[in-house]
Design a protein. Structure first.
Length: 162
């Protein structure tokens, strides 16, 4: 790949030749040197544009790979997304945010209520949408957070008295 320093060095060499050509006093040689300088400047500008485009494409690629990686970690269960950890799950995450914008937005808790038809139920809402609410039965939340180990992660344990 052409380095920016290589083009800059070539431009410096052409300037040196240009100084020598002035002493020779040849209009044709001077014009050729000017044309060469212009060509090198154009190459320098194109190289800069290619480098900028390359950086942009690398950033887009990195974002896409991160999205694919997150997608492989997510499961959709109980009408929300959960992120797979080693032996349990993290979440819940807003399905609307992920499905529409691939943004992993954690749902906020509205607490635990006892609903007649569902029993003990966790209520969640999306901080971003503020209108979307999700009801997930207590047992289902515990199963997701406990995972295969059967131990609930301390930061997500059910509040005392439940």
């Amino acid at each position: 790949m052409i380095e920016f320093a290589t083009v800059t060095g070539a431009l410096a060499a052409v300037r040196t030749i240009s100084e020598i050509a002035k002493n020779i006093n040849s209009a044709e040689l001077n014009q050729k040197v000017i044309d060469l300088q212009n060509s090198i400047l154009e190459l320098q500008q194109q190289l800069f544009e290619f480098q900028t485009q390359n950086l942009t494409l690398k950033a887009e690629k990195r974002e896409l790979l991160e999205t694919i990686e997150r997608e492989h970690q997510l499961i959709f269960k109980h009408e929300v997304y959960w992120k797979k950890l080693d032996e349990s799950y993290d979440g819940p995450y807003c399905p609307t945010c992920w499905d529409a914008d691939h943004k992993l937005i954690r749902l906020g808790s509205l607490g635990i209520v006892n609903l007649a038809r569902l029993g003990l139920t966790h209520r969640y809402y999306c901080y971003f949408h503020r209108v979307a609410t999700f009801n997930i039965q207590h047992q289902e939340v515990q199963e997701m957070l406990q995972g295969e180990s059967g131990v609930t992660r301390p930061s997500l344990m059910t509040p005392p008295g439940i």
